[in-house]
Write a protein that binds this ligand. Structure first.
Ligand code: GDP
Ligand code: MG
Length: 414
């Protein structure tokens, strides 16, 4: 998205006020970029119209370029769609456990999200005592999957095996929660290939029987606009309270996040990243980080992930552990930095990418840096500045890695 928006900036060069014609031109670019990012057409049009009516004729504030001002208006409107604040999960106050129902099609990541959400709630400032309820009685391996995930994060899983009515399971699960003094119950449910009446009726029955406080539709970010359509359908049929967006780490174009919210008017309450909650993966990364083996290839990988969502300001705030810690402005800055860095890394040899030391400590480093600067068309000082940042990042990583290895629960990936 950011790449596609780059051209927008040039349209405002030298302007003192924001004129209709420059806005038209810029918005056409914006529109193309948003649609490319797989944003729903209706949401795109709403956004573009809102930006237009606010931006045209706007007087320029001293010291702010037309481009900056335009981008600010865009940001405000995006935040408006996303909701300025992270929508909190409902919490019951009548002494009964809070019930969160996870619904959705097969394979969207419900079971994985159930465990991630449990882990997240367990690690909140005010840690919750969570019970997972295995309500998917159709897929043979589904119950075992939840039980094994529960073991890993040390969360009790309530199950009654297959062939039992999920409504009965949920009711019995709630009894267990009261008896065991759990304060939160997360019910994992079955999915189908397509939306069908059986699925909807079953969900509705579970919802009613459990007096669910949250009915969250789990949608796969990689399905783009389909995710938004699904959210609308589920909302009409059973009334959802929000959505969980999974697979944000995948090759998603980011539009789903805005579309779900824009089309269904339901907030995204939780974001899932990463296939596994696997400790091995975290341990591997931690080791890499401690040994400062984090190289330019790792940097590019992270950059790619950031680009998928960086422009969507609010999304970052929904990642467990990042909530409220990052502003859209910071994200924009980070994104610009990442773009500059990518521009330089492109001109590094594969060996240099794997071995950052070659550019920092090696006797050949000066000549190498000069070559990169020349090929990338930047000053040598720009390369040096980037390498300094990279070193700072490496040592930050190293510290974080050590914390992760020491088992600091806030430092691990979600
Ligand atoms: P369910 O059928 O909706 O319960 O989906 P599962 O939780 O069983 O997940 C289906 C597949 O998607 C599994 O292979 C998961 O490992 C994978 N998956 C789930 N969440 C994520 C995610 O956030 N990122 C990635 N990359 N894969 C995920
Ligand atoms: Mg499942």
């Amino acid at each position: 998205l950011a790449e596609n928006m780059a051209g927008v900036a040039n349209l405002f060069t030298g302007q003192k006020t924001i004129t209709e014609s420059s806005v038209e031109g810029a918005l056409n670019e914006v529109k193309r970029a948003l649609l490319d990012a797989d944003l729903n057409l209706m949401v795109t049009n709403t956004l573009v119209d809102a930006v237009k009516s606010k931006a045209v004729g706007m007087k320029l504030v001293d010291g702010v370029t037309a481009k900056q001002q335009f981008v600010n208006v865009m940001n405000d409107e995006l935040v408006e769609i996303m909701g300025a604040e992270q929508a909190p999960l409902a919490r019951r106050t009548d002494g009964k456990p809070t019930v969160i129902l996870l619904a959705g099609l097969q394979g969207t990541g419900k079971t994985t999200a159930a465990a991630k959400l449990a882990k997240y709630l367990q690690q909140e400032e005010e840690p919750k005592k969570v019970l997972l309820v295995a309500g998917d009685v159709y897929r043979p391996a589904a119950i075992d999957q939840l039980i094994s995930l529960g073991k890993r994060i040390d969360v009790e899983v309530f199950s009654m095996g297959q062939g039992v009515d999920p409504v009965e399971i949920t009711k019995a699960g709630l009894e267990r929660a009261v008896e065991g003094e759990f304060d939160t119950v997360i019910v994992d449910t079955a999915g189908r290939q397509v939306v069908d009446d059986t699925l909807m009726t079953e969900l509705k029955d579970i919802q009613v029987a459990s007096e669910a406080d949250e009915v969250l539709l789990v949608v796969d970010a990689m399905t783009g606009q389909e995710a938004a359509t699904l959210a609308s359908v589920f909302n009409e049929k059973i009334g959802i309270t929000g959505a969980v967006l999974t697979k944000m780490d995948g090759d998603t174009r980011g539009g789903a996040a805005l579309s779900v919210q824009g089309v269904s008017q339901k907030p995204i309450k939780f974001v899932g990243i990463g296939e596994k909650m696997s400790e091995e993966e975290a341990a591997k990364l931690a080791k890499k980080m401690i040994n400062a083996e984090f190289d330019f290839n790792d940097f590019l990988k992270q950059a790619k992930m950031m680009k998928g969502m960086g422009s969507l300001g609010g999304v970052a705030n929904m990642i467990p552990g990042m909530a409220g810690k990052i502003t859209p402005q910071q994200l924009n800055q980070a994104e610009e930095g990442v773009q500059r860095a990518e521009g330089l890394i492109k001109f590094m040899t594969p060996e240099e990418r794997r071995t950052p030391k070659l550019l920092i400590l090696d006797p050949t480093s000066q000549a190498r840096c000069r070559r990169i600067a020349r090929d990338a068309g930047v000053k040598l000082s720009a390369v040096s500045a980037f390498l300094k940042e990279f070193q700072a990042m490496q040592s930050n990583m190293s510290r974080m890695g050590k914390q992760m290895a020491d088992g600091d629960p806030n430092a691990g990936p979600g």
